[in-house]
Design a binder for this molecule. Structure first.
Ligand SMILES: [Zn+2]
Length: 257
């Protein structure tokens, strides 16, 4: 098999998995089964035939509309079907055909589900983050970037730091600023990346979140009370920490000298 055949096969596999992640994103917040019933249009409830359910291609051919009732199909479908294989290829280039590749891809898939649910509903589903904590701890026995001790420290540092922030914010402002969902998410990220990775994810996420917040206020005139979901930024931070973490920490340490 030539390299290109492998890349194309991985991309196709990734887009099919992305299609499944879309089902999870839509159904988990509604507490629906992710297996039954088969895909159907949310507007007219008509089942979607398999030839209209081909990742990426169908969305373009149908012009982002349901074939029957012509109601618009969320752009989220297209985005996730494209983003998932893109991340899969990136992780493959980075880790090669290793367990670390498969494990990190599963982790990133969980982050994709969390990101899109948080964007849409401003919640982070416990059904992913809570079992994610012990599962990520188990992974720490098999991956090269952390070990079980660092992973345990990651759960404490990740969950603990955000918990202290949230409690402090609430004490000072008498308002709830950060949801418990973010705390559990960073605990899961800490379990997966270790305590350094958890802190790096938090710093990167807070940085990207602040810039986005300032831009939203400047461009759209949103006021400061407008809550931006933090989950997508923590997730993006965790992805960068996974792929660029060691380089970033090295850069920081050398620049500091
Ligand atoms: Zn329809």
């Amino acid at each position: 098999m030539s390299e290109w055949t492998l890349f194309i096969a991985l991309f196709l596999l990734g887009s099919i998995i992305g299609s499944f992640l879309n089902v999870c994103i839509v159904r988990i917040p509604l507490k629906m089964s992710i297996v039954f019933p088969a895909s159907h249009c949310p507007a007219c409830k008509k089942p979607i035939p398999f030839y209209c359910n081909i990742p990426i291609v169908s969305y373009i051919l149908l012009g982002g509309k349901c074939r029957y009732c012509l109601s618009p199909i969320s752009f989220q479908y297209f985005l996730v079907e494209l983003l998932t294989p893109a991340l899969m290829l990136l992780l493959f280039f980075y880790f090669g055909a290793t367990w670390a590749f498969i494990i990190s891809f599963i982790f990133c898939s969980a982050l994709i589900i969390i990101t899109f649910i948080d964007l849409k509903h401003q919640i982070i589903p416990d059904v992913i983050s809570l079992p994610g904590i012990p599962l990520c701890f188990l992974c720490s026995f098999f991956v090269p970037w952390t070990d079980p001790v660092e992973s345990l420290a990651g759960i404490l540092v990740g969950g603990g730091t955000l918990y202290v922030f949230a409690a402090g914010y609430q004490l000072l402002t008498k308002k709830e600023g950060m949801g418990g969902g973010d705390i559990k998410l960073l605990a899961m990220i800490g379990a997966f990346l270790g305590w350094k990775g958890a802190l790096l994810s938090l710093i990167l996420g807070a940085f990207a979140g602040s810039i986005t917040g300032i831009l939203l206020i400047a461009v759209k005139g949103r006021d400061l009370k407008y809550a931006i979901p933090f989950g997508p930024f923590l997730s993006a931070g965790a992805f960068c920490a996974l792929v660029f973490g060691e380089k970033l920490i090295y850069l920081y340490l050398t620049l500091g000298k």
